[in-house]
Design a protein around this ligand. Sequence first.
Ligand code: DGL
Length: 268
Amino acid sequence: MSKKSAPIGIFDSGIGGLTVVKAVREALPHENIIYFGDTARVPYGIKSEETVRNYALQITNFLLERNVKMILIACNTVSASAKKEVQKAAGDIPVLDVITAGTRAAMKHKHIHIGVIGTLATVGSGAYETAIREYNGSITITSAACPLLVPLAEEGWIDNDIAKQTLQTYLQKFEGSDIDSLILGCTHYPLFKETIKKVLHDPKIEIVDSALSIAEMAKKELDKLDLLNDEAAGRFECYVSDRPQRFHELAERFLGHRIEDVEIVALP
Ligand code: DGL
C-alpha cells in the first residue's frame, strides 16, 4: 500500500466521533478511513486523566498497527488529557485534535464572550481556555460541564423532554451572560444542535462545531505533506469495543447513513 492510500485513523470514546467521520468523508471523499469507537468504556469524561491516557494509547497503537498516515482525535476529552502522549506514540505521523480545531473555528469570527460546553474532564482541564487565550487573551470565557449529554446521545435521546430539560438546566449558566458563541466541546453534542438553539433562544449566538474545522485542517495538512489519496473513492472501516444496543440506528444519526460492517475488537 502506498503512503497516499494509507488510511486516516479517527477515534473517540464512543460513536460521537462519527460526526467527525461524516465531515472528513465530505471534505476528503477519496480517503480511506479507519474509525475506532471505544463503546465498551464510554463515557471517558468522568474518568481520571491517567485512565483516559491509557485508553487513548491503546487505541493509538491499534491504529498505528493498521498503518494510518494521520490520526484525528475525535474526542475532546482525549484531546484535553492525552494529545501530547498520542503524538509522542505516533512519532512522525501527524495528529490533529478537536480542541485545536474547535478553537480555530471559533476564532474565525470576532467574539467577546465565548461559552464552552463539554464533559467534566474537558471543562475541568481548562484546555479550551488555554487554546482560546493563545489567540486572544482578552476574550471572556464561560464554561459548563454537561456530563449527562454523552449518555443521552448514545441512547439517542436528543430532542425529547428529558434532553430539553437537561439542556435547560445546564445552559442556565449562560442566561443573561451575553455570550456571542457557544463551542460544542464534545463530539457527541452536534446531535443536540437544534435542541440547543431552541433552549438558548437567541439566534445571534454562533454554535461552533469542531467537525468541519478538523476536516479542513486534515485536508490542508495532507496536501502540504503530499499525502492526499488520488485513487478511487475511499473505504470506511468501523471498529468498536462493544456493540451497544441499537448501534446501527444510532450510528446512522451521527454519520448520516447506515454502517454495513462493524467489527468488534478487544483492546489489549
Ligand atoms: N465525544 C467525547 C468528547 O468529545 C465524549 C467524551 C466521553 O466519552 O465522555 O469529549
